[in-house]
Design a protein around this ligand. Structure first.
Ligand code: NAD
Ligand code: MG
Length: 405
């Protein structure tokens, strides 16, 4: 395990309330984060909220939480929102675009940043958040897939505390010893990454060709944004999470085993060399990892319901089926290959999922588009941000061409 997270005392916790920036406030992670923050107004104040398209929702959130800054996609939307807020007596400064996101993520007044933007769009603000010894709670997994090692290095150099919010990685974090350390020293044998299996877990291979976007986003256990819901249905989400786990906990991808657990009660497990397995359990409610991350090392209330062990019927486990769900295999291969492969995988997946949601391609074509794009893009690997963004952009063009083929 890496030593990237610092000890509790090094965190920027003082007597004053912690100032929090919520990137992607108008999404599913944003909603859950603001719910937890709303329960602890004595501890947290909202410094900035960002949305993208859903300006009406951002307006309501700003009225309620009165942040110093808000960020929207365009200059016109920013002007209109700021004017409306002013009319209601809300003095929020509204910024726009990528520069606005970077400004509020890396602002010197911010104690904690929650990364809830979906996709590669969160890369630059995530990097900006990691420029100071603050707490960065990462839900937005795609940047970790694209350039995780560089992100974790930046965190170490700046003294930032990275806390995973993805439920599995937060569970692993909770199952590891109090301090992050080297895996050989902590005696970790492997990580058991659980997956619900998604809405099509029991569907026959032939039937996958005719599933609709509405069926794909109807996750059996979790309520999430559309992109991650489709990723859960293809098992690409677990593939991205495999890479995410390797980055966050500095383990080899062959030491991470995916376990299908349809009830989503156990959120992941850590197996130690003596055979002990430590699991983290709880309701499938993202407010649990978010409250854990915001309060850590203390525990604070999340609003989530208790597990009822009297009514819980069964906990089932099975191996993933990579024939019906090839995205998991593609992600593992990309993790092993390293270099550009995870960047291409992620970019192609974002394009393919958008095309599936738009009704342009059938569900099984998502994996085909990703595989063809991995074959088609052949560029030298360059680990700088510009190099990664170049590969991302070339891969998107290649994936788009595959979609239209
Ligand atoms: P969502 O679609 O509900 O919300 C996405 C947010 O990002 C919105 O606020 C949207 O306005 C913003 N956004 C979208 N495109 C943007 C762009 N180009 N620039 C700036 N902002 C943009 O997504 P979500 O389900 O909340 O997921 C967010 C991230 O958290 C994803 O990376 C996802 O994988 C991860 N995650 C989500 C959950 C969950 O339960 N929802 C669980 C684990 C991890
Ligand atoms: Mg997850």
């Amino acid at each position: 395990m890496n030593a990237q997270a610092t000890s509790p005392g090094a965190d920027a916790i003082g007597v004053r309330r912690q100032r929090v920036t919520v990137l992607g406030a108008t999404g599913s992670i944003g909603d859950s984060t603001l719910d937890v923050i709303g329960r602890h107004r004595d501890r947290f104040e909202v410094f900035a909220l960002t949305g993208h398209g859903r300006v009406e929702k951002l307006f309501e959130q700003c009225e309620r939480h009165r942040p110093a800054f808000a960020v929207v996609a365009s200059a016109d939307a920013a002007l209109a929102l700021e004017k409306r807020l002013l009319e209601r007596g809300v003095m929020t400064t509204v910024l726009w675009g990528a520069d606005g996101l970077v400004h509020v993520a890396g602002h010197e007044s911010v104690d904690a940043v929650v990364t809830g933007i979906v996709g590669a769009a969160g890369l630059m603000p995530t990097l900006a958040a990691l420029n100071a010894p603050r707490r960065v709670l990462i839900a937005n997994k795609e940047p970790l897939v694209m350039m995780g090692d560089a992100i974790m290095r930046r965190a170490r150099e700046a003294g930032a505390t990275v806390i995973p919010l993805d439920s599995e990685h937060n569970a692993i974090f909770q199952c590891l010893p109090g301090r992050w350390g080297d895996s050989s020293r902590t005696g970790v044998r492997r990580i058991l990454l659980t997956a619900s299996g998604g809405p099509f877990r029991t569907l026959a291979r032939d039937a996958l060709a005719s599933v609709t976007p509405a069926q794909a986003v109807a996750h059996p256990n979790w309520s999430m944004g559309p992109k991650i819901s489709v990723d859960s249905a293809t098992l690409m989400n677990k593939g991205l999470e495999l890479i995410e786990a390797c980055v966050l906990f500095a383990v080899d991808c062959d030491d991470v085993r995916v376990v299908i657990h349809p009830q989503s009660t156990i959120h992941s497990m850590v197996e130690y060399i003596d055979g002990s397995v430590i699991a983290q359990m709880g309701a499938p409610d993202m407010r649990i990892p978010i409250a854990h991350g915001l309060g850590w090392p203390e525990r604070i209330a999340s609003g989530a319901a208790s597990l009822d062990f009297y009514t819980m019927s069964q906990l089932e486990f099975e191996p993933p089926d990579e024939t019906r769900f090839p995205c998991l295999r593609l992600a593992r291969d990309a993790a092993r290959a390293g270099g550009n492969a995870p960047i291409i995988l992620n970019a192609a997946n974002e394009v393919a999922v958008a095309a599936f949601l738009a009704g342009e391609i059938a569900f099984p074509r998502i994996a085909d588009v990703i595989e063809s794009t991995l074959d088609a893009v052949n560029l030298p690997h360059e680990s700088s941000v510009d190099g990664v963004l170049h590969v991302d952009s070339v891969s998107r063009d290649a994936a788009r061409a595959e979609v239209l083929r």
